[in-house]
Design a protein around this ligand. Sequence first.
Ligand code: SF4
Ligand code: SF4
Length: 242
Amino acid sequence: MARPHFPESVYRLKPDESYCFACHPEVACFTECCRMLELALTPYDILRLRRGTGLSSQQLHDQYIIEERGEQDMFPKFYLTMVDDGRASCVFVGKDGCKIYTHRPGACRAYPLGRAAVRTRSGELKQHFVLLKENHCKGFDEPQEQTPQIYSKDQGLTEYNAYNDALAGLIQHDQIRQGKFMPNKEQLALYTLALHNLDVFREKLVSGELNVTSYPEEIVLDDEKLLLYAIDWLKIIFFPED
Ligand code: SF4
Ligand code: SF4
């Protein structure tokens, strides 16, 4: 049931609340949701896009990613480029669907579900789900029963959520929530480097350019471990008194 403070097409859901939905190549709207969209990318999305495309993080940024920081934004945001084909299609959509399906971003996996993870004052992470019912999406006519928990697991969101939740420890840090921190130009550059340009971050770490005297050896060969290290490294730089 829609709650009064959400727009008409957005429904708040409990993790085990059921709804009918399925998406597959036979739906009349197949790939419609891959057009006319703002696709925000998380650091883990970019890590997986590198894997899916075989491009370096720098090449990805140069070819497919737009960086923006609005006046109200503490940190820059990163979006996937859309093609100028009159339908603003995603760069990765083809007639048979997503060309990087195995490594598609978390938002593509989740749609039409939305998840927000919020840290409480006690440090506990609480997740909230919403369902976005848009007219073009015919998946709601399918009989398959879902819940946010089942759908998230089926769509491979568990690991995406885990890395995004790790990031929440940085971007929802108490000092940020209390308005006591504002990144300077150099810190913003480090944020982009460490989280969104992992290959160059690794190069600079190994070459000593970042003045890090020691780090766990395994992060050099393991992208996921490197990303978690980068999040912790930024926490130390931003909040040294922790
Ligand atoms: S990345 Fe794939 S699933 Fe996501 S919008 Fe693009 S084509 Fe669609
Ligand atoms: S609009 Fe809905 S049903 Fe159609 S392809 Fe996208 S998610 Fe699937």
